[in-house]
Design a protein around this ligand. Structure first.
Ligand code: SF4
Length: 397
């Protein structure tokens, strides 16, 4: 038996015996596998499980996902973060409904044509759901292979990728190619972990060059990271009665299409990390005007600024390439002389412990701004970045 067979056989035997019983491993449904793979990107397994089950209950197939409103899909995604994943999957479902009769292609290259499906996801779906002999290389796999080969170069480069693919292709069996991919991922998640690999229990330690060199933690070699930009986000919370003002973010860029408490990003300064920004009396109103396109609150808000407002925060929220230092002010406005659009309570219906929004109707009732009650805040796609503000509102209402 040659080396490649040994690795393959040992790995598959270990996987068969030790793999975790996860809901997406009990299905061969390519749509369900797609959902799980998208959710698992940047999110831990234990977090994903309840979202996965709820999402599939709500959107059991491509048809239900594609026909749902984007608002509805984003709402169901609430709390998982990286909302662009949900939006791309919804676009992909619509593409499949329009262009491919509502079925998932079996072929890797055809899968790559679907919006929201990149190389990794295409490889996972093609190998796991359709038994195709293609690779699915995620961060776990990169780490395991870099250690197995004691590969001395940064793993993100094209040369490293070619080198890894060459070895993985040799090791991947024609039978069970999907199990092979999953076995490597599982090994990376359970044994060959980033900081505490359990090499003694590793089924393929006899083939691991990093282990042989006693230098496992040196691998994988990574490119130095670009420093994350820290941006102060000044946030305006307009409150009237028991409701707060929300507006929709633009369809492009950070947190696209989600709801927000309006705000502005301040120019960078050299202030100490946790300090509050210095905003002069004259600047408050300018910032507010940039944050809120509606002009109907200007007079009342200007009066509040003149009386003085107190800043709260900072709290921190980290995106992949930037970090928000979130500061907020709560501005209590007098009762409205006229009615603004609100989330219509008649659209909420009891379900289990709480309320749920009837998606189709709710979508129609909300456009680009709304006054939401504190209960409504848990029903709409408001980014987790604002959760400290919501907590503050719950304590001070
Ligand atoms: S021996 Fe250690 S470093 Fe090598 S693959 Fe196994 S767990 Fe990872």
């Amino acid at each position: 038996m040659d080396l490649s067979n040994n690795i393959t056989v040992l790995l598959l035997a270990w996987y068969t015996k030790e793999k975790r019983d996860l809901p997406w491993r009990r299905t061969g449904n390519p749509y369900a596998i797609w959902v799980s793979e998208v959710m698992l990107q940047q999110t831990q397994v234990k977090t994903v499980i309840p979202y996965y089950e709820r999402f599939l209950h709500r959107f059991p197939g491509l048809e239900q996902l594609g026909r749902a409103s984007l608002e509805d899909v984003l709402t169901e995604w609430r709390g998982l973060g990286y909302y662009s994943r949900a939006r791309r999957m919804w676009e992909g479902a619509n593409y499949l409904l329009d262009q491919r009769g509502g079925t998932m292609p079996e072929d890797y290259d055809a899968l790559l044509q679907v919006p929201g499906i990149g190389k990794y996801t295409a490889g996972a779906i093609a190998s796991i759901a359709f038994g195709q002999r293609v690779l699915a290389i995620d961060g776990n796999v990169l780490r395991v292979v870099a250690r197995l080969l004691a590969w001395p170069e940064p793993v993100e480069t094209a040369r490293s990728h070619r080198h890894f693919c060459q070895h993985l292709t040799e090791w991947q069996p024609a039978l069970q190619p999907g199990d092979f991919n999953q076995a490597l991922m599982e090994l990376g998640a359970m044994i060959c972990t980033p900081s505490k690999p359990n090499c003694e229990s590793c089924p393929i330690n006899q083939h691991c060059e990093g282990y042989r060199q006693n230098d496992v933690l040196f691998y994988p070699v990574k490119k130095p990271k670009a420093e994350r930009q820290v941006v102060t986000r000044l946030t305006f919370v307009l409150r009237r009665g028991g409701r707060v003002f929300l507006q929709k973010r633009p369809s492009q860029g950070l947190l696209a299409d989600l709801w927000e408490f309006p705000g502005v990003e301040l120019p960078q300064d050299n202030a100490p990390k946790d300090s509050l920004p210095k905003v002069t009396d004259g600047e408050w109103f300018n910032h507010f005007q940039k944050a809120v396109p509606e002009r109907e609150f200007d007079r009342q808000v200007r009066e509040k600024f003149e009386q003085g407002v107190s800043m709260k925060g900072p709290v921190w929220y980290t995106f992949s390439h930037r970090q928000w230092k979130i500061i907020w002010v709560i501005i209590d406005l007098p009762a409205a002389p006229f009615e603004l659009k609100t989330v219509d309570k008649s659209l909420l219906k009891e379900a289990g412990e709480g309320y749920r929004v009837d998606a189709q109707e709710a979508h129609l009732s909300l456009d680009n701004r709304t006054w939401a009650s504190l209960t409504d805040l848990s029903l709409i796609a408001l980014p987790v970045a604002f959760s400290s503000i919501v907590e503050d509102l719950c304590q001070t209402h």
